[in-house]
Design a protein around this ligand. Structure first.
Ligand SMILES: NC(=O)C1=CN([C@@H]2O[C@H](COP(=O)(O)OP(=O)(O)OC[C@H]3O[C@@H](n4cnc5c(N)ncnc54)[C@H](O)[C@@H]3O)[C@@H](O)[C@H]2O)C=CC1
Ligand SMILES: O=C(O)CCC(=O)C(=O)O
Length: 391
């Protein structure tokens, strides 16, 4: 039996894939084989030794200590694209709503009951204070052209906007999906200088932390709106307040409110709703659960952030999986360890991603419990090996 524990509210569509499988316990013990999580911060979490994999039902993995997990032999998955449409729709909604002052106007209208039969007259007298602008013909900057950024860029074009985008690391897949009418910014400063709206769709990493900072604000077109549905830390809050105060930034729409940002003027706080649709929660939960179960049951890897995709049709009687550093002579040492157990290799695969690698070897017969323990111990003692499983 395998155990999967969950953090956060995971959609029932995903949970049923565990509950209805007799080989699994859901939230069954303190020593799970796998963890399903959404936004819970796991940086201070003590991972039990039993944990072999974590699946993030969502895109951003900054809540998971990836390097620590990798060193401990834990594979970390996410669900690329599974919530992209939900975020895109909310970004477009906020693009229009912020341009039309919709939230403050609706907030005001909700207070009018006391005017009784005069409500219509009060509305007509005051509505000029909420006059907005159309987004058609305005320039939108999209920073990050991944699953979400591409959808936002293409649909903003359809709404009549000029779109300029910046992503020096765009994938070939994303480039194929991007409309050729999206203009390419060669430097992020072009986005700051030219755009009426900028929307951020990049991961939070050491390199992108405070990507939008005092120097960016100095280059910005006066009064621009920034939409941040990626992560709060991408924007330097120590200089944001002044940029909003001076009007350099006209509005800051953020999915990541905190006390500091809430005290600033012209902030539109959204309570982290980017991925909060029934459809997106189901997509993420189902994808994350399937990836996690596939890894636990077969060793095959799809959409891990710390290892490459590795898939090998099961062709032997028993499977050996080894997660190890991407250094010379690892496969040689693993097969040498196997040679002591008089077992033939039916098939094998080795793939690497940056400094880490993964080797799967199908064996032509089932080893005894004693042989399995001996083999595991031998391979675990190879320098650079962080996880060994026999499935
Ligand atoms: N508000 C919410 O509920 C949600 C927030 N997110 C956030 O949005 C982020 C993006 O999500 P996806 O589009 O699904 O991710 P993705 O991985 O498909 O795309 C990210 C893109 O950013 C680009 N990029 C990385 N560093 C960059 C830089 N310095 N400048 C320009 N481009 C850069 C990458 O090349 C990639 O194309 C996630 O990492 C997450 O933090 C994602 C889903 C829901
Ligand atoms: O699970 C959620 O609601 C948050 C989604 C998110 O922020 C992400 O996928 O990066």
């Amino acid at each position: 039996m395998l155990t999967i524990n969950t953090f956060n509210a995971i959609s029932q569509r995903g949970l049923s894939l565990i509950e209805e499988d007799l080989n699994y316990y859901l939230n069954g013990s303190g020593d799970p084989d796998g963890i399903l999580v959404r936004s819970k911060n796991l940086h201070d979490f003590e991972f039990p030794e039993s944990v072999k994999a974590i699946a993030r039902a969502g895109a951003g993995v900054n809540n998971i200590p990836i390097d620590e997990c990798t060193e401990k032999g834990i594979v970390v998955f996410n669900t690329p694209g599974a919530n992209a449409n939900a975020v895109k729709e909310l970004v477009l909604a906020n693009l229009i709503a912020s341009s039309r002052n919709l939230f403050s106007a609706v907030g005001w209208a909700q207070t009018l009951q006391e005017h009784g039969d005069d409500v219509a007259a009060v509305v007509e007298a005051k509505k000029k204070e909420f006059v907005g602008s159309e987004i058609k013909g305005k320039k939108l900057g999209v920073v990050g052209l991944g699953a979400i950024g591409v959808l936002v860029a293409n649909d903003a074009l359809a709404l009549g906007m000029d779109v300029v985008a910046y992503d020096p690391f765009i994938s070939v897949d994303a480039a194929w999906r991007l409309s050729r009418d999206v203009n390419r910014a060669m430097h992020i400063d072009e986005v700051w200088a030219e755009c009426d709206f900028v929307t951020l769709h990049i991961p939070l990493t050491d390199k992108t932390n405070r990507l939008v900072n005092g120097s960016s604000f100095n280059k910005m077109k006066e009064g621009m709106t920034i939409l941040n549905f990626s992560r709060g830390e991408l924007v330097d809050e120590s200089t944001l307040g002044q940029a909003l105060e001076s009007g350099t930034v006209g509005k800051y729409v953020t999915d990541f409110p905190n006390p500091r940002v809430l005290s600033m003027k012209n902030v539109v706080p959204v309570p982290h709703l980017g991925a909060s649709t029934v459809e997106s929660e189901e997509n993420c939960a189902v994808m994350a659960t399937k990836q996690l179960k596939t890894y636990l049951e077969t060793g095959n890897i799809k959409h891990a952030v710390n290892l490459p995709d590795v898939e090998l049709p099961y062709s032997g009687k028993m499977r050996l999986t080894v997660m190890h550093k991407n250094i010379p002579n690892m496969v040689g040492q693993i097969t040498t360890a196997l040679s002591g157990f008089a077992v033939n290799i039916a098939d094998m695969i080795n793939r690497s991603k940056a400094t880490w690698a993964y080797t799967m070897i199908d064996l032509d017969h089932v080893l005894t419990e004693e042989e399995q323990a001996g083999l595991k111990q031998k391979i675990e003692s190879i320098e650079g090996v962080v996880s060994v499983r026999l499935i």
